[in-house]
Design a protein around this ligand. Structure first.
Ligand SMILES: Nc1nc2c(ncn2[C@@H]2O[C@H](COP(=O)(O)OP(=O)(O)OP(=O)(O)O)[C@@H](O)[C@H]2O)c(=O)[nH]1
Ligand SMILES: [Mg+2]
Length: 203
């Protein structure tokens, strides 16, 4: 659950960008970092290998405005997508309030997308998180690549979006769809917080 600091009037939510290796998770955070005004973001921390593959995680703290007098802070993380970093992914995923699944739209990566979604569900099950209630948004990244290499969004949807969650076509290099994705997941997370705090108030 998001951390609510009543005296400090702050809400802090953790969002994890998940997905197969090289799908564009780090690129999403880099684009956001470059476009958000300096007073609304902290330093971006990237723990990467020499060839820019994420080794542990990327971290970007953001302040996204005020809701009912509470400052909302979002902590964005990415996981390392490469298959053998499974345990690191699990660690980074712990305590996530929402997940953005960044899929690679290249046709030859469809198996990797499906495998990574399965890996996400297993990691959530290990942490006793019901994947049906966790806020999730899909992003179909790399839609800028030539048509013969990629699946269009409606086919990505058929392949991956079993739950019918919000989804966005994207190109994380030019930034198309990047902020739409962030807005979608933050709305879902805040809506859930609102619903659960009302439920709590009734009991
Ligand atoms: N054409 C294109 N290339 C992209 C896009 N997003 C990312 N890339 C490229 O894909 C490569 C991998 O991007 P990253 O953002 O490092 O991918 P990642 O998901 O963080 O990869 P791991 O850290 O290994 O899991 C880089 O060369 C990016 O420049 C996109 O939307 N379109
Ligand atoms: Mg990365």
């Amino acid at each position: 659950m998001p951390v609510v600091d009543y005296p400090g009037r702050e809400i802090t939510c953790k969002i994890v960008y998940y997905g197969p290796g090289r799908s564009g998770k780090t690129s999403n955070l880099q684009y956001i970092y470059e476009r958000v005004p300096a007073e609304r973001r902290g330093a971006m921390v990237s723990l990467a290998t020499h060839n820019e593959r994420t080794l542990f995680f990327d971290f970007l703290p953001l302040e996204l405005g005020t809701i009912s007098g509470f400052t909302t802070r979002f902590q964005l993380y990415t996981v390392p997508g490469q298959a053998y970093y499974r345990n690191t992914r699990k660690l980074v995923l712990q305590g996530a309030d929402g997940v953005v699944f960044v899929a690679d739209s290249q046709r030859r990566q469809q198996e990797e997308n499906i495998e990574s979604l399965r890996d996400l569900h297993e990691a959530l099950a290990d942490q006793h998180v019901d994947p049906r209630t966790l806020p999730l948004v899909l992003q179909y990244n790399k839609q800028d690549l030539p048509r013969d290499l990629i699946s269009p969004p409606h086919l990505m949807e058929e392949e991956l979006n079993f739950r019918g969650v919000p989804s966005h076509a994207a190109d994380a290099l030019t930034g198309a769809g990047v902020f739409e994705t962030l807005r979608s997941i933050s709305e879902l997370v805040l809506r859930r917080l609102n619903a659960t705090s009302h439920a709590g108030a009734r009991t």
